[in-house]
Design a protein around this ligand. Structure first.
Ligand SMILES: [Zn+2]
Length: 451
């Protein structure tokens, strides 16, 4: 039997909305009764400047102390003194809310950061102290609880880190094979044994947006950016509209992870040689080995080449992994596109069109903000760029970072079913050292069918 329709089984409550909150008395502005929704408490709202006293945050200031901390927590006195819109930990902020809401986490839990300090030092550089170079992460995000502990105590607010710096060992089957086949050598330092175990230094970064700077990178006004963010999230963050004094936003999106092979100090040294792969998440391929795209093979090639570079006397390697699943369209859209492709006859000439039919655009990764992390790390020159993407290349070069060589994925690493993707991308402008197929030739590049 077919399940009943949602409309037949669910009746939504009706909620009356005040005609105009601006007509409320001053005392009503600072708190709103929520009895309408069945919650029996009152809580302050923060959509008015009255009664707010944000802790100063001067993005781009010439010292960390002048810059001030990013405060984006409602803990303790945070509601009145916070200086950033949104919430910490990207989308995981909702799990935090669940933990607090279900009484499994004390809302005033004080984090004990003993021994959590960075495992290695990130060299400070001039990019940390201007308004343009870094607008999508907090350059002091790895140091904030320690740098601003005095303000935290004095103002009675939580100051959370948005960056963490640690070390790890990677065990990857491809690296084990690379050692067995003689492509990688065991040096006892980076490749530590004949199983292909690799030592890595890594950095997790959560997004922190300085809204005027983000707007500038997209060539729009701050007001246009705020309006788009407010409207397109169905009014999720009213402060984007009502609090123009708050310039910083912690968006509910994924961040990035930096993997450094070799000496992290070499990253910012132009006399050293840097191999870099900038990789956007593709869970289906990266983790589960789906063969419809080149993502995992290119990621593994990138790691192997980064390790090899780190094993040269003046070399260092780096892979940066961005959580931008499915060209930042998300995995659901991606799978819908797969269906449309496979049902419609999967040919390379239709590759981008199928995405555009469903998503309206072919790509939402917007690489403009990607180089921020390179700026933060002090990268000025990339000797070997392990990417074919013209968008990544152009974004990096536009920021004044030199790319000396571009390295495509080797032909023998391209899975048969991903020819559709790679040939379409090369036709659209991706870098190649091989031939570029024209549209009439792309018609003959076919993917696997389901039959
Ligand atoms: Zn992929």
């Amino acid at each position: 039997m077919a399940p009943p329709s949602a409309a037949a089984t669910i009746s939504l409550p009706t909620v009356s909305v005040p005609a105009c909150l601006h007509d409320c008395t001053a005392s009503n502005r600072s708190s709103i009764s929520s009895k309408r929704s069945g919650i029996d408490s009152s809580f302050p709202i923060t959509t008015y400047e009255e009664g707010s006293d944000p802790i100063p945050l001067n993005w781009g200031a010439s010292t960390a102390q002048e810059r001030g901390p990013v405060v984006c927590s409602w803990q303790k006195s945070g509601l009145k003194t916070h200086n950033a819109i949104g919430a910490h930990a990207g989308g995981y902020s909702i799990y935090h809310a669940l933990a607090v809401g279900s009484n499994q986490l004390n809302k005033d839990h004080k984090a004990d950061y003993t021994n959590s300090e960075p495992q290695f030092q990130i060299k400070e550089n001039p990019s940390w102290f201007n308004l343009k170079d870094i607008v999508s992460m907090d350059p002091f995000g790895h140091l904030s609880p320690y740098l601003y502990s005095g303000i935290s105590e004095e103002k009675n607010v939580e100051i959370r880190p948005t960056i963490a710096v640690t070390k790890a060992t990677l065990k990857l089957i491809e690296l084990k094979e690379a050692v067995a086949e003689g492509r990688l050598v065991v040096d006892g330092k980076i490749v530590t044994n004949d199983q292909g175990d690799v030592s890595v230094s890594k950095v997790a970064v959560e997004p922190v947006w300085y809204l005027p700077g983000v707007a500038e990178k997209f060539g729009i006004s701050e007001d246009e950016l705020r309006k788009a963010l407010f409207e397109d999230t169905n009014g999720m963050y009213p402060e984007l509209i009502t609090r123009p004094d708050l310039k910083t936003f912690l968006p509910p999106i994924g961040g990035l992870t930096v993997y450094i092979f070799g000496n992290p100090d070499y990253i910012s040294d132009p006399s050293k040689k840097l191999a870099l792969r900038v990789h956007d998440e593709c869970n289906g391929s990266d983790v589960f080995g789906s063969d419809i795209c080149t993502c995992r093979p290119y990621l593994m090639f990138g790691i192997e080449e980064a390790v090899k570079q780190a094993q040269t006397p003046d070399g260092v390697g780096m892979v940066i992994y961005f959580r931008k699943e499915g060209r930042a369209l998300g995995e659901v859209t991606k799978y819908l596109v797969y269906n449309a492709r496979k049902r419609g006859g999967d040919t390379a000439d239709e590759y981008f069109h199928r995405t555009e039919c469903i998503a309206g655009v072919r790509d939402m990764r917007f690489q403009q903000l990607m180089p921020d992390v390179l700026k933060w790390l002090g990268v000025t020159k990339i000797n070997r760029m392990l990417s074919m993407s013209n968008m990544k290349h152009d974004a990096i070069v536009d920021q004044g970072i030199v790319i000396e060589n571009r390295i495509p994925i080797p032909e023998d690493m391209i899975p048969e079913d991903s020819r559709v993707e790679i040939d379409a991308k090369v036709n659209s402008g991706y870098f190649t050292t091989g031939s570029i197929k024209q549209m009439d030739e792309l018609k003959n590049v076919k993917g696997r069918t389901w039959d």
